[in-house]
Design a protein around this ligand. Structure first.
Ligand SMILES: [Zn+2]
Length: 320
């Protein structure tokens, strides 16, 4: 999730709670400064019981920040904060929310159940999703789909690029998820229909089509990650509110194409359904039960491979 206003009062209340550094041997309340991808990230763990040691929680944030830094060639903002609230009586990661508070430091609030296991942190996607949100400027409400679309699309790719996930899981998730982003009867374009499916998976569909489109237009030299890095390099991040046109034009300038703006013109007001079966065929993605296999003789197989390839400029610092 992402937002700028709604979590305000909750944020202030939670920060006050971090001043409490008390409790018995089972109660953790801890804070750590992480230096990752050129950024300083303050991680605050609120008081409460956790089965896992605090160090394991900090390592989970580190891993997510490392994936995001890999995709963007550096962490997209120089200062960030992650506030973690232990969830009494539950397990797993929940209620991720990223926003810009009065402090001017982009902040993620996220819950971790007290009985969360090592495996649950290992498999978690939400922390990475939230940190991806920090990379893109704040949008008007009607363009929320682009914020969630980028976070949904980039998260597994960043984790694959950082060696945290197998390549198959990116495509398996897209095969599974993208049909939920197709327009339902009566749906309009992405700027006008704000259902969950159109927001998260319709937005992710936009990103996949953009990635393939940029790679087709540049002989597979550049992709969506270069457009998104270009937006960060132009100081576009959650620290700023931009218009969607400014963001997409900035991304297009970084790749020397008009792919983002053309796609936006096509998808913003009209339903624009996508023939996904045809797209999987072209990319050489073959759904196979709960996984996928690949065909390297497919016409766009090279593009499919490039999408999850580890970027050339590994961890190069983001230009100020
Ligand atoms: Zn989100």
């Amino acid at each position: 999730m992402v937002g700028a206003v709604a979590a305000f009062s909750a944020g202030i209340a939670e920060r006050t709670a971090y001043a409490v550094r008390s409790g018995g041997p089972d109660v953790v309340a801890d804070s750590r400064q992480l230096e990752i991808g050129g950024a300083q990230i303050t991680v605050n763990l609120a008081a409460g019981h956790m089965d896992l040691p605090a160090g394991r929680i900090f390592a989970w944030v580190t891993r997510a920040a490392s994936a995001v830094s890999m995709y963007y060639g550096g962490f997209p903002v120089t200062r960030a904060e992650v506030d973690i609230r232990p969830g009494e009586g539950r397990d797993g990661v929940f209620h991720g929310y990223t926003f810009l508070p009065d402090s001017g430091i982009v902040t993620t609030h996220i819950g971790v159940g007290e009985h969360t296991t090592e495996a649950e942190l290992e498999n978690d996607w939400m922390m990475t999703h939230e940190l991806v949100h920090m990379s893109f400027p704040g949008m008007e409400r009607e363009h929320h789909w682009i914020e969630e679309g980028i976070a949904t699309y980039v998260e597994p790719i960043a984790r694959v690029q950082d060696g945290q996930l197998p390549v198959t899981s990116v495509w398996q998730q897209l095969v599974d998820g993208l049909p939920k982003g197709e327009p339902a009867p009566g749906d309009e374009g992405l700027d006008h229909t704000h259902t969950w499916g159109r927001t998260y998976w319709g937005g992710a569909m936009f990103c996949l089509l953009a990635d393939v489109g940029i790679r087709k237009a540049t002989k597979n030299r550049l992709g969506l990650e270069d457009a998104l890095r270009g937006i960060v390099a132009a100081r576009g991040s959650m620290e700023k509110d931009w218009t969607i046109e400014h963001a997409l034009e900035t991304g297009d300038r970084a790749t020397g194409t008009n792919v983002l703006m053309n796609l936006y013109e096509k998808m913003k007001a009209a339903p624009a359904p996508v023939d996904l079966d045809q797209l999987w065929k072209e990319l050489g993605v073959v759904p196979a039960g709960d996984t996928v296999t690949f065909r390297d003789d497919a016409p766009l197989a090279a593009i499919r491979k490039a999408i999850t390839e580890t970027p050339r400029a590994k961890l190069a610092p983001v230009k100020p």
